[in-house]
Design a protein around this ligand. Structure first.
Ligand SMILES: CC(C)(COP(=O)(O)OP(=O)(O)OC[C@H]1O[C@@H](n2cnc3c(N)ncnc32)[C@H](O)[C@@H]1OP(=O)(O)O)[C@@H](O)C(=O)NCCC(=O)NCCS
Length: 327
C-alpha cells in the first residue's frame, strides 16, 4: 500500500479522489447531498493552505487525507484533518497510516493540535477516540427547505425588527466602516473562539472572506446596526458549484443587545435578500452548537429541521501516531 503526497493534483487524480468520496458517501449518506465532482476539484485545487495524500492499492485509490493548515505556515492555530477510507478497505490500519502521515505534516509546520469534524454514530468516532482525540463540541445539523416556508413568515419577521436598529448588508468582504465592529461582534461567539484560541480582529474577518472568495463561493452578510455598533449579524455562503444548497456560517448577537429578537431579524432579512438575489438556492444548512438552546430555538422558529449530529474532535499533535519506517 503506497501513501503518496499530492502536490498538484491532475484531472485523473481528482477523479480518483472523488471516487473515494462517492464510495464513502454511498455507505453513510446521513442526509448529505452526494459529492459533486466540480466541488471536489475546487477544494483540491483552490485551497493553498492544505496538504493532500492518497493511498493506493494497485491502480485503485482506496483512501485520501487532507490536512488544512489555516493562517499560513507555522500559524498558532490547530490544523484540520479529514481522512476518508473506502468502506471495502476499512479496519486494515489505513486510516491510522494516513493519520500518522498527516501528523508528520503537523509537526513539520509546528502545529501543536489538530481538529476534525465528523458525524456522530459513525466509525469516525471510535477511530478518532482510539487516537486520543477528545470531543470538544457537539453540533446539530439543521436544514431549512425554503419551499416549506409559509409565505408570510419571512416578511412578518423582517417587519417586526426592534426599534433603534437598522439593517446593513454586503456581499464578500466587510466594508471598512463595519470591519472593527464586525470583529467585535464575532467575539460574541465565545464558545467557538475559545477552542480556536484566537481573538477576532478586522484582519481575521477579512481572511475568512478571502478564503471563501478564493474557492469561488459567495459570502453574504446581514447585520443589525446601532450607531457604529454591529449588534448582531448572520453570514451565508452560496457555493459556486451546487448552489441550490447554501451554508449558514456565523450568526451572533453581542451580549448587551440580546433578548430583542435581533438574531431572528437578521436571519429573516437574509432569507428575503437571498430569495431576491439567488433564487436558485432551495435549502440552507447549518450547524448549531449542542448546548446553544437559544440559537436552536431561533432556527426552529424560522423553519429549520434537525437532520444529523456531528462532533468536533481535537487532539494534541504529540499524542498522534508516528510513521513506522520500513513497513
Ligand atoms: C474513520 C475512518 C477514516 C477509519 O479508517 P480505517 O482505515 O478503518 O481505520 P483503522 O483501520 O486505522 O482503525 C484504527 C482503529 O480505530 C478504531 N475503529 C475504526 N473504525 C472502527 C469501527 N467501525 N468500530 C469500532 N472501532 C473502530 C479501532 O480501534 C481501530 O483499530 P482496530 O481495527 O485494531 O480495532 C473510516 O471509517 C472512514 O473513512 N469513515 C468515513 C469518513 C470519516 O468519517 N472520516 C473521519 C474524518 S477524520
Amino acid at each position: 500500500m503506497d501513501v503518496i503526497p499530492l502536490d498538484d493534483p491532475t484531472d485523473v487524480q481528482i477523479g480518483q479522489w472523488h471516487a473515494v468520496l462517492q464510495a464513502v458517501h454511498a455507505a453513510d449518506p446521513a442526509g448529505e447531498p452526494a459529492p459533486v465532482r466540480a466541488q471536489t476539484a475546487e477544494h483540491l485545487l483552490g485551497a493553498r493552505d492544505q496538504r493532500l495524500w492518497t493511498a493506493a492499492e494497485g491502480a485503485e485509490t482506496v483512501a485520501v487525507a487532507a490536512l488544512r493548515l489555516p493562517g499560513g505556515p507555522g500559524a498558532d492555530r490547530p490544523g484540520e484533518i479529514d481522512i476518508r477510507v473506502r468502506p471495502s478497505h476499512r479496519r486494515r490500519g489505513l486510516g491510522t497510516r494516513l493519520m500518522a502521515v498527516a501528523a508528520e505534516g503537523l509537526r513539520a509546520d509546528g502545529r501543536t493540535s489538530v481538529i476534525a469534524q465528523v458525524l456522530a454514530r459513525t466509525p469516525a468516532v471510535p477511530f478518532l477516540e482510539s487516537h486520543g482525540f477528545v470531543c470538544v463540541l457537539t453540533l446539530s445539523g439543521l436544514l431549512l427547505r425554503l419551499a416549506d416556508l409559509p409565505p408570510d413568515r419571512v416578511p412578518a419577521l423582517v417587519a417586526a425588527g426592534p426599534p433603534g436598529y437598522r439593517l446593513a448588508r454586503w456581499r464578500g468582504s466587510v466594508p471598512d466602516e463595519y470591519a472593527d465592529a464586525l470583529a467585535h461582534a464575532k467575539h460574541a461567539m465565545a464558545d467557538l473562539a475559545e477552542y480556536e484560541g484566537l481573538p477576532w480582529n478586522a484582519g481575521r474577518v477579512r481572511e475568512m472572506a478571502e478564503m471563501v472568495a478564493k474557492r469561488g463561493d459567495d459570502l453574504y452578510t446581514v447585520a443589525a446596526v446601532q450607531g457604529s455598533t454591529v449588534a448582531g449579524f448572520t453570514e451565508i455562503v452560496v457555493p459556486v458549484e451546487a448552489s441550490e444548497r447554501a451554508a449558514q456560517y456565523d450568526t451572533a448577537v453581542v451580549p448587551e443587545h440580546r433578548g430583542r429578537r435581533l438574531g431572528i431579524w437578521v436571519k429573516a432579512a437574509m432569507l428575503e435578500w437571498l430569495a431576491a438575489e439567488r433564487p436558485e438556492v432551495r435549502e440552507i444548512e447549518t450547524d448549531n452548537v449542542g448546548d446553544n438552546a437559544h440559537m436552536l430555538a431561533v432556527n426552529e422558529e424560522l423553519g429549520f429541521r434537525r437532520q444529523r449530529e456531528s462532533r468536533e474532535y481535537q487532539a494534541a499533535t504529540r499524542d498522534l501516531p508516528t510513521v513506522s519506517r520500513g513497513t
